[in-house]
Ligand binder design. Structure first.
Ligand SMILES: *[C@@H]1O[C@H](CO)[C@@H](O)[C@H](O)[C@H]1NC(C)=O
Ligand SMILES: *[C@@H]1O[C@H](CO)[C@@H](O)[C@H](O)[C@H]1NC(C)=O
Ligand SMILES: *[C@@H]1O[C@H](CO)[C@@H](O)[C@H](O)[C@H]1NC(C)=O
Ligand SMILES: *[C@@H]1O[C@H](CO)[C@@H](O)[C@H](O)[C@H]1NC(C)=O
Ligand SMILES: *[C@@H]1O[C@H](CO)[C@@H](O)[C@H](O)[C@H]1NC(C)=O
Ligand SMILES: *[C@@H]1O[C@H](CO)[C@@H](O)[C@H](O)[C@H]1NC(C)=O
Length: 735
């Protein structure tokens, strides 16, 4: 008997076992049977959309009630809410639409073999939820097979319970197209729960004709996506755009990290407009043999970009001159640029840009006269190439004003070398606080409405959450990511928004996995250093632009056992960190000096200049005097030599820095302080009890496969054949 047929039979058997069957006069049980009353219009519309989607699927399933499909009946009339290329060439396109409890996919893949799709928290197939689909070349029958990735090797194994339901499948001369659906949470330990967190979408294509046999794939990859995020697209009305970009900036190969600032003058606008979105403009040309070349395969060193609004227009002549110039190396920028403190757009690697929700716009050209903006571009040039760069941001704006004037607030941990993450830690947490005093002083009486949040950190961050404290009680998280991927930065809508009152506290918490590092990681702009920030979009706009904290200098060094340095007391060290009116900026260091410092490079095992080091250089130069056992060591050497593998030590440090004293900064748009810099203890509040961990009610939990091994000898054979076959599905390996 042909293997093919056995598989088909098994798949049919499995297919019927799990998902709720369609009954003509009853709703599928995932739909709310009574639409809740007193909902907002938006919600009602969302509701009816959801119902409509379900209805279309169900009607479709009635019309095509069979498990196999021939080539002519493959089109469902679903409206796909999302569509993404999973690979660079567009060989694999995933479209999907979801209801409150289920998700329907359409997968179009350039193969006449099988196509595999996987869901996981990591970029590999270990423990992943996998689904394999193909269309038989001989009879046009489509199949889906629910599998999971082995924990120990790159191998797919068939699930005990099948949770993917085939809707249709079709292949033409070049492509295999399948539609299938599943529950978001199948209550099956072998399946991934599709939720709000970032999901690594794995894919693999089998060789032609690999229907049913499923040999090793010929191509594979992974792409991070958040499947359930709402889409905010530009309006249909035409938008204007303003390109804010550098021109032909040469990035020298010695600079591993560089940040560059330039002033831009707003376009001439007779009245107030609204910024409604932005996109990155990436134009980086590697310089080879002194000639900049366009090479789409080379990776741009642009790592992130922030566009700030500048408050001061006093000396228009000076600002005009700046706007016509090339800009400045970050640490060398004129001190007046510190007034460019209100972020307007924050882009980071992996983002395709953002459009704001329909009721919010960020004012542009408000003053009627000129305004100035500062673009800050962070380059991460660890590959040490010479690059000619003209990157920037395309700002989309409109004259038809939206309901609310929005603004961005930066919060989290102030970027400095005082943000230390010890090496070899599985889960090390740090926090930045936006204090009660600050929000009390700067927010309006009615508070503000938070719309969306961009959570930002670098490569070792695994979780970021934005907590909301009112009085002594923690409220539900404003935003949270439990599978953070620094290569995928897209802001997150806050469902139904969040009212944030005067006097409330914000806490940005980051959790890092530094097990791959041998040396402590310090805060900074380089991709090898770390950050912990949230950019919060809210309305109505206020004077508050930035609200950060960091460990006070004295507490910081004492936590690491240092009592005194040669030459500088803690107060003087603190002043260096806080100098130039902005704690983000240390005293300027010209490029030449950085060049001269090259001899330091070996010391940390790093290569190339870290252009703006946020105090890392200072850490190397501070020499310990007290206590005597550390005397004559630089603080950096001391940090590097601490016994980090000792859990009692790192737990103590984590606790001291997390729950200890915090120096808080409350910065207004005009670069003045909303409240003076304060040193305060960690707020005292009752933590939110996380109900998520409690057992959810699972409707399908009891539905298992008919116990094939017990029914008949024939069935036993089918089942074991399937297992053997599935064990042979080799390698859906993400690079
Ligand atoms: C084959 O199917 C794919 C995906 O549906 C489609 O993009 C392509 O145009 C089709 N090719 C032909 C020749 O019809
Ligand atoms: C930037 O450099 C490119 C390539 O060298 C050149 O073609 C272009 O004219 C330059 N643009 C400006 C504004 O100098
Ligand atoms: C840097 O390291 C290399 C080899 O690792 C060594 O040969 C060189 O002397 C070192 N330079 C300094 C300044 O320490
Ligand atoms: C520290 O350095 C000073 C000057 O270089 C030296 O006199 C002193 O003996 C050193 N102390 C220790 C403990 O190594
Ligand atoms: C925190 O607040 C609780 C209840 O208000 C109080 O019992 C406790 O002593 C406080 N802790 C600190 C460290 O202030
Ligand atoms: C947690 O669950 C309890 C009982 O199940 C419920 O009363 C409470 O409101 C829930 N809390 C939150 C924050 O959802």
């Amino acid at each position: 008997m042909q293997l093919q047929i056995i598989v088909t039979l098994s798949v049919l058997l499995l297919c019927d076992a799990k998902l709720p069957r369609f009954k003509p006069h009853s709703q599928p049980n995932e739909l709310p049977s009574n639409p809740p009353h007193s909902q907002g219009l938006g919600q009602l519309q969302a509701q009816s959309k959801t119902e409509k989607t379900s209805r279309i699927i169900d009607q479709y399933r009635v019309r095509h009630r069979r498990e196999i499909f021939d080539s002519k009946s493959y089109e469902s009339s679903l409206t796909w809410a999302h569509s993404e290329r999973l690979d660079q060439n567009g060989d694999v396109i995933l479209r999907w639409v979801n209801t409150d409890s289920s998700i329907t996919f359409r997968l179009e893949a350039k193969t006449r073999g099988y196509v595999g799709l996987g869901f996981n928290s990591a970029r590999n197939m270990r423990g992943a939820d996998l689904v394999v689909a193909w269309v038989d070349d001989r009879n046009g029958n489509a199949q889906v097979l629910d599998c999971f990735g082995s924990e120990h090797e790159d191998r797919a194994i068939a699930d005990d319970v099948k949770n993917y339901e085939l809707i249709s499948g079709y292949q033409n001369d070049t492509h295999t197209t399948v539609e299938f659906r599943r529950q978001l949470d199948t209550c099956d330990k072998q399946d991934f729960v599709i939720g709000e967190d970032t999901t690594q979408i794995l894919w693999a294509l089998g060789p032609d004709g690999s229907d049913g046999q499923l040999p090793k794939h010929v191509k594979s990859g992974a792409r991070p996506l958040r499947l359930l995020q709402p889409v905010s697209k530009p309006e249909s009305i035409p938008l204007n755009h303003w390109d804010v970009r550098l021109t032909n900036l040469t990035i020298p190969h010695v600079m591993a990290t560089l940040f560059w600032c330039k002033i831009f003058k707003v376009p001439e606008l007779p009245k107030k407009h609204h910024i409604v979105g932005y996109e990155p403009l990436i134009d980086s040309r590697p310089i080879r043999n002194n000639i900049p070349v366009v090479d789409p395969t080379s990776q741009s060193p642009v790592h992130h970009m922030v566009l700030y609004e500048c408050a001061e227009d006093d000396d228009k002549h000076l600002w005009n001159t700046w706007s016509e110039g090339d800009g400045y190396f970050g640490p060398n920028r004129p001190s007046a640029w510190a007034t460019c403190a209100t972020p307007i757009a924050a882009w980071a690697i992996g983002s395709q840009g953002e459009f704001l929700p329909e009721n919010v716009g960020i004012p542009l050209g408000e003053k009627g006269g000129v305004s100035y903006y500062m673009l800050e571009v962070h380059y991460d040039n660890q590959a040490l190439h010479n690059v000619l760069d003209s990157s920037g941001i395309r700002v989309h704006y409109t004259s038809s004003l939206r309901e609310h004037d929005g603004a961005l607030l930066g919060a989290g941990i102030g970027v400095s070398a005082l943000h230390v993450i010890p090496p070899k830690q599985k889960q090390y947490r740090t926090v930045g606080i936006c204090s009660t005093e600050c929000t009390q002083e700067t927010l309006p009486e009615d508070g503000v409405n938070i719309v969306s949040v961009l959570l930002h950190a670098h490569g070792t961050a695994r979780k970021i959450s934005l907590k909301h404290i009112r009085g002594t009680q923690e409220l539900p998280r404003i935003s949270e990511e439990n599978f953070y991927d620094s290569h995928y930065q897209q802001s997150r809508m806050v469902p139904r928004g969040r009212k944030f009152m005067r006097g409330d506290t914000l806490i940005t918490e980051c959790t890092y996995d530094s097990t791959s590092r041998d040396k402590p990681i310090l805060g900074g702009y380089s991709a090898k250093q770390e950050m912990c920030l949230s950019f919060i979009l809210y309305y109505p706009r206020t004077e508050l632009a930035g609200c950060y904290s960091m460990t006070p200098v004295k507490e910081f060094f004492e936590t690491f056992g240092v009592k005194e340095f040669y030459g500088l007391n803690f107060m003087q060290v603190e002043n260096i960190f806080l100098s130039s009116g902005s704690f983000e900026n240390l005293p300027p260091q010209p490029l030449m000096e950085l060049e001269a410092q090259k001899h330091n490079v070996n010391e940390t095992g790093e290569q190339g200049m870290q252009g703006d080091d946020q105090g890392v250089g200072l850490m190397k130069e501070l020499v310990i005097w007290e206590p005597p056992e550390f005397r004559n060591k630089s603080f950096m050497a001391h940090l590097n030599e601490m016994p980090w593998a000792e859990p009692l030590l790192t737990e103590q440090i984590e606790k001291t820095l997390y729950k200890g004293m915090h120096m808080t900064f409350c910065k207004k748009r005009d670069d003045t302080w909303g409240v003076p810099i304060q040193i305060q203890s960690y707020p005292n509040y009752t933590e939110l009890i996380n109900n998520e961990t409690s057992e959810k009610s699972c409707h399908y939990k009891s539905v298992r496969l008919p116990s094939v091994t017990k029914t008949s000898a024939g069935a036993t054979n089918k089942y074991s054949w399937l297992t053997i076959l599935a064990l042979c599905i080799t390698l859906i390996v993400a690079r």
